[in-house]
Design a protein around this ligand. Structure first.
Ligand code: COA
Length: 189
């Protein structure tokens, strides 16, 4: 089976709807990306702030990408975009890809992230036919680690001192979910 990343689905749960980005999402996703907590926890602090034109080009072109899936996470209570989920770094031969996510202050700590993960992983395994989805999480991000474990990600190794955080170095843990595990628990291990 060839994973069709060019199809951009709409995935709806009880709290969130994941859908392709729209032009009107730009201010909301820019606010989430500029949030200091998001910048630190995603390891973006050392990178320059986002250029508005580059950001508009980036989000304006996500729906045309054949080899990755970027979806807006929208809060069903407001209809607003609060963040994103991304399946990228596709490895077709090995039916695997990387996962990343961010949710801004408008959406955090209300269960939206957990539901968004279950929805996109269900798509990855049940519709795209992937075998492995992996990610990296920094040691100073216990909330993300908790959410990843809650939906079935298993820690498999540590990248020592992978990120510079001010005057210190922070480890990153590699985690993954495999298709047979997903078939067994569907995000509720
Ligand atoms: C990580 C993220 C996607 C989680 O989404 P969310 O909607 O905030 O998370 P949820 O509300 O679904 O769940 C949070 C869980 O973490 C737990 N939690 C919160 N703070 C915690 C902490 N400091 N330590 C451990 N667990 C914590 C909550 O209790 C909850 O678990 P529970 O359901 O068992 O009670 C989101 O917070 C986020 O994007 N944060 C900023 C950027 C980021 O960290 N991206 C990921 C980089 S790897």
């Amino acid at each position: 089976m060839t994973a069709d990343f060019s199809h951009k689905p709409v995935l709806t749960g009880d709290l969130v709807r994941l859908r392709p980005f729209r032009p009107e999402d730009l201010p909301d996703i820019a606010a989430a990306l500029d949030d200091p907590e998001v910048r630190r926890l995603t390891g973006s602090e050392g990178h320059p702030a986002h250029d508005p034109d580059a950001l508009a080009r980036w989000y304006g072109s996500r729906n045309e990408q054949p080899d990755r899936l970027d979806l807006a996470v929208t809060d069903l209570a407001t209809g607003r975009c609060v963040g994103e989920v991304v399946l990228n770094e596709r490895d077709e031969a090995n039916r695997s890809c990387n996962f990343r996510t961010l949710i801004g202050p408008a959406g955090r700590n209300r269960g939206l992230g957990t539901e968004a993960l279950r929805l996109v992983l269900g798509h990855a395994f049940d519709h795209l036919g992937l075998h492995r989805v992996s990610l990296e999480v920094y040691a100073f991000n216990p909330r993300a680690r908790r959410v990843y474990e809650k939906v079935g990600f298993v820690a498999e190794g540590v990248l020592r001192q992978a990120l510079r955080d001010g005057d210190t170095w922070v480890d990153a843990t590699v985690m993954s979910v495999l298709a047979p595990e997903w078939a067994d628990h569907h995000g509720r291990p």
